[in-house]
Write a protein that binds this ligand. Structure first.
Ligand code: WTA
Length: 646
């Protein structure tokens, strides 16, 4: 295959913190002397009590455990705010662009610090103590970041729930971690539409008893019902608390946040990240991968409801004293030029988004991009799913005018931050390849038996040793943590992704190899959608698989078996779609529902998903061996009634 390679430009070799020689040297040192390497890197944080221990980790069952800098202490809010006040108190920390282009806000480090202290005192006044859980269900407004930092300041553990999730999903997450407080807004605003966040909280709290206090930030001024004693307006509470709030000393291994994410089985897991290693990882990767230089304007267009928003809107950039843009809206509103208008409005230098957004905008034509100058841009990033080379080339040539290198960053909620990614001054770019491991990351490609494959190969991606940003446990279920990630390939962290390594040693992520699908860069467990479907009174059984989708990357294809005497028609299809949206949220909307009198099962009753995947892909000539099915005739019916396109 003739592979396009874009070498590092002379300009980038010069300006970047890390050039090819430095990458080779530092990467080698990070593996040969992890203690020395990370001791030195950790100096970028302000420690209250300096650590003496660095790495204390094992992926083996006998002495399993992951601890970094364990005897050190620090406070994350102090690292993100207080330490910048003296030198850059008047520098913007957050530039906020509203859904409506007429709305924007600038918040300096001094202002952010002051408001976080207020917010922290509000939480304390409501009884929140170190180690308590606080759920944040917020639109993309600066108060969302303030709420996160306020928790960090007093040692509370935040659990941000994406504002697109349904009341049911919210209730499940509030109950799982037993939150005492929910922070929300009256309504969210996206693409000109209002999202009834407070009403969703009211509905969620009808399902669970965990939470005693709701703090409501006013965003739209829309109508809400306030339950006396339980619900409080933030703007009222903040008037009654002191301005000053000391940052609490936290151990490096004290929890910072829980973030729920989908796996291949069961309910979403509460991924737990701790303090020292996580912040170091977020800050160092933000600094090196984006080559962030003081004074630059940086924009990650993710939502704080996902890990990308945690690490690369809030913690990484603020720890580095950067100016971080927060965007409330969507790329297509009021028109397809919105991203690039915001780039011009704030003079954005670094821009980070997901392939799904790039594909959606690419489809609308180049004029929308060309309408804006974009002359401030110097580096682009991609995250969340594999980027197809066509979208990469368009991003590179049209958006970045061939002068901005693209960092295709592969990582996961579990990893805390970037794991495999190019570096702008060091690593040549190949469209579609995440390229090389970051410092301290030891990727391996293994076969299904766990044999480590050498050279140019394809297989499953594992990581052989710990890195500081790694998740530490699943909230409330340490055994599940071990089983999910460390039992498939003993002694190694299993990513759930497949990958190819080429002859140059560059990595190409091929997508999930488990029952997780990636819809518009959002992780979705097929089991979650299935259990939502079978919760409907007319559904007997459901099997959900991913299908190729031009914009979303993957779409959701659901095979549904109805109860006897039920009629599978378009009206029921529409009803089931509404049902799933209500159970989980709009991101789980099925693209296709195929009614199936029966599903293909082995004689022991296991659904053969391989066959369902092939039918959903319309690859019916590749069904493989179906002779082990209890009733091979089932397949003919599925094939004859499949959807060929959406
Ligand atoms: C996928 C998002 C290819 C992958 C940060 C991973 C990617 C899952 C990339 C994690 C990329 C993320 N190239 N695939 N650059 N980035 N993925 O937890 O399948 O929401 O396992 O974290 O997204 O999704 P998560």
């Amino acid at each position: 295959m003739n592979q396009t390679v874009y070498p590092v430009s002379a300009e980038w070799r010069q300006r970047a913190y890390v050039d090819a020689e430095a990458y080779a040297r530092l990467y080698a040192q990070s593996l040969s002397d992890p203690e020395g390497f990370w001791r030195e890197q950790a100096q970028r944080l302000d420690w209250i009590r300096p650590f003496t221990q660095v790495k204390d980790t094992s992926f083996d069952e006998a002495d399993f455990g992951i601890r970094w800098f364990a005897d050190g202490s620090l406070n994350i809010a102090a690292n993100c705010l207080d330490r910048h006040l003296e030198t850059q108190g008047d520098v913007p920390a957050i530039l906020w662009a509203g859904d409506d282009p007429a709305e924007s806000r600038t918040i300096t480090y001094r202002e952010l610090h002051a408001e976080v202290c207020r917010f922290a005192n509000v939480l304390k006044a409501k009884g929140v103590r170190r180690g308590d859980r606080v759920t944040i269900y917020m639109p993309m407004i600066p108060e969302a970041a303030m709420a996160m930092l306020a928790c960090a300041r007093i040692g509370a553990i935040h659990s941000v729930v994406f504002a697109g999730f349904s009341p049911e999903s919210l209730a499940g997450r509030v109950t799982d971690c037993d939150s005492s407080v929910i922070i929300t807004a009256d309504e969210g605003l996206r693409g000109g539409r209002k999202i009834p966040l407070k009403a969703n909280v009211d509905e969620a709290l009808g399902h669970c008893t965990a939470c005693a206090t709701v703090i409501v930030v006013r965003r739209t001024g829309g109508p809400v019902t306030m339950v006396p004693g339980r619900d409080h307006w933030y703007h009222e509470l903040r008037e009654s608390v002191p301005a000053d709030c000391p940052a609490v000393e936290m151990g490096a291994e004290d929890p910072l946040f829980i973030l729920y994410t989908s796996g291949s089985t069961g309910k979403p897991k509460g991924v737990l990240h701790t303090t020292g290693g996580y912040l170091l990882w977020a800050a160092l990767t933000h600094h090196v991968v984006f080559d962030y230089k003081p004074g630059e304007i940086y924009w990650c267009a993710a939502d704080i409801g996902w890990v990308t928003g945690h690490s690369y809107i809030v913690y990484g950039p603020l720890a580095n004293g950067a100016t971080t843009v927060m965007f409330e809206g969507v790329p297509t509103y009021p028109d397809f030029s919105r991203f690039w208008q915001v780039v011009d409005q704030f003079g954005v230098n670094i821009f980070y988004t997901a392939p799904t957004a790039i594909r959606a905008l690419m489809r609308e034509g180049d004029e929308w991009v060309r309408k804006a100058s974009r002359s401030s841009l110097r580096l682009l990033g991609s995250v969340g799913e594999p980027i197809n080379p066509e979208a990469w080339e368009w991003y590179y040539s049209v958006v970045g005018e061939r002068r901005c290198p693209i960092m295709d960053t592969w990582w996961q909620t579990e990893t805390g931050g970037h794991m495999i990614t190019p570096l702008p001054g060091a690593i040549p770019l190949k469209p579609g390849s995440a390229s090389r491991p970051f410092f301290g990351v030891q990727p391996q490609v293994v076969d299904p038996e766990g044999r480590v494959l050498e050279g140019a190969v394809e297989g499953n991606l594992v990581i052989a040793d710990s890195w500081p940003g790694q998740m530490r446990t699943v909230w409330g279920d340490h055994e599940r943590f071990f089983q999910t990630y460390f039992s498939t390939y003993p002694g190694k962290y299993f990513t759930g992704d497949g990958c190819r390594r080429d002859a140059d040693g560059d990595y190409w992520i091929t997508g999930r190899v488990d029952d997780v699908i990636n819809v518009s860069g959002h992780r979705m467990g097929t089991a979650e959608v299935e259990s939502a479907l079978v919760a409907h009174a007319k559904v007997a059984e459901a099997a959900v698989v991913g299908m190729p989708h031009d914009i979303k990357g993957q779409g959701i294809y659901a095979y549904v078996t109805l109860n006897a005497n039920e009629e599978g028609d378009d009206a029921l299809r529409a009803e089931l779609v509404r049902w799933v949206r209500h159970e989980i949220g709009p991101i789980a909307t099925p693209d296709v529902i195929q009614f199936a009198p029966a599903l293909p099962k082995t004689r022991s009753g296991k659904i053969m998903r391989r066959i369902l995947r092939k039918i959903a892909e319309d690859a019916v000539d590749q069904l493989g061996d179906i002779s082990t099915l209890a009733d091979p005739g089932v397949v003919d019916h599925l094939v004859a009634n499949r959807h060929r396109a959406i």
